[in-house]
Ligand binder design. Structure first.
Ligand code: HEM
Ligand code: HEM
Length: 298
């Protein structure tokens, strides 16, 4: 079976982290600070230094990641270590501070660290879960192929609608214009497909045509025109073309839904990094301020 990033190399980094935590905890219990435990004792300094070094090392991951992009095995090892050692920081820093937290720059560093770590948990969750969902959703097609097919269907639908009536052409065109796929991460999260718009109108128009009845005045004006057209003047050939158009747009709807979902999954896999990475820089700044100020007021 393929190793997950959590069980990489027989969970090597989990055990290293457990050993690090057990050692720190043992030292904390054994140590007699001669007062309240805090960051200023020798153990406090030692744990603080371990914490600071870990943070700097964790931040190097971005550089590592780009350097190892061609060597996925190594990258997975780094990520596994990143996750476990990063999580260790919570306890190490609490022990460093002797569990004394106040409203100050030190605690700001601690809070930023917690946000970075918890956003990391979310990252692990999406990394473990979303690739499978994406594969299942795509059903072996690529996103490019799906998008290409969507475009092709759009063109065919427009040509078909054009042959029926300009008003129907307008409805189809509007539904295409209302389909928003792609763009930046935010747009991807809100990806949408306008096919329902056209399908709704077309279905209602066909139903009305079959029943030869008028629509209520609350319906949209374009639909009015269409129903009017279909109920009155349309030939059977045009009715067939309408059904074909519905088939086409339904197929497009299925595809566009898949593409939108694919984009949303990918956006979710990226969006948390917009918290994780910038806040890790804020953390580094707060940490430097913390260390400098600790020495100042020593
Ligand atoms: C070289 C690394 C570090 C040094 C030299 C250091 C130094 C100190 C010192 C001297 C104190 C005691 C301050 C006091 O009692 O007023 C302290 C407390 C503290 N440190 Fe550090 N520290 C380091 C790393 C870290 C790291 C990595 C974090 C977390 C991001 C952190 C968070 C805290 C917190 C939350 C306190 C408690 C502040 C309070 O009493 O309100 N420190 N540190
Ligand atoms: C204070 C602690 C941490 C710092 C400073 C930190 C920093 C970073 C940095 C700089 C990156 C590189 C992102 C990039 O350039 O694309 C990264 C990636 C990542 N971090 Fe952290 N991290 C920390 C803790 C954690 C924790 C605790 C976890 C998980 C539980 C975690 C999970 C991840 C994941 C999954 C990635 C993405 C790897 C990828 O895109 O291939 N991080 N982190």
């Amino acid at each position: 079976m393929h190793d997950s990033i959590l069980t990489y190399a027989k969970s090597r980094y989990l055990w290293i982290s457990v050993a690090l935590l057990a050692g720190s905890l043992a030292a904390y219990i054994w140590h007699d600070p001669g007062g309240l435990p805090n960051g200023g004792t020798w153990l406090g300094y030692t744990l603080g230094t371990i914490g600071a070094l870990l943070i700097v090392w964790l931040m190097f991951f971005g550089i590592r990641k780009r350097r190892y992009l061609n060597n996925v095995g190594t990258l997975r090892g780094w990520l596994s270590a990143h996750i476990y050692l990063g999580t260790c920081l919570i306890l190490i820093v609490l022990l460093h501070a002797g569990f004394q937290l106040g409203w100050n720059i030190h605690t700001l560093a601690f809070l930023l660290m917690l946000i970075v770590i918890f956003s990391g948990f979310f990252g692990v969750y999406v990394y473990l879960r979303y690739p499978n969902l994406m594969t299942r959703n795509r059903e072996s097609a690529t996103r490019e192929a799906m998008l290409e097919e969507v475009n092709e269907i759009d063109l065919n639908a427009l040509a078909l609608a054009d042959g029926i009536d300009p008003k129907i052409h307008a409805v189809v065109l509007r539904s295409i214009e209302n389909t928003k796929l792609g763009g930046g991460v935010w747009t991807q999260l809100r990806a949408r497909d306008g096919s329902d718009l056209a399908l709704d109108s077309l279905h209602k128009a066909i139903a009305a045509r079959e029943k030869k009845q008028d629509m209520k005045t609350t319906e949209m004006p374009t639909m009015f025109a269409m129903v009017d057209f279909l109920a009155g003047r349309a030939t059977d050939k045009q009715g067939d073309a309408m059904r074909k158009l519905i088939d086409l747009i339904s197929r497009k709807k299925g595809l566009a839904t898949k593409v939108a979902r694919d984009m949303q999954y990918q956006a979710m896999m990226e969006i948390w990094l917009y918290i994780h990475v910038p806040l890790s820089f804020a953390l580094l700044a707060a940490l430097i301020a913390h260390i400098v100020s600790s020495f100042f007021y020593w």
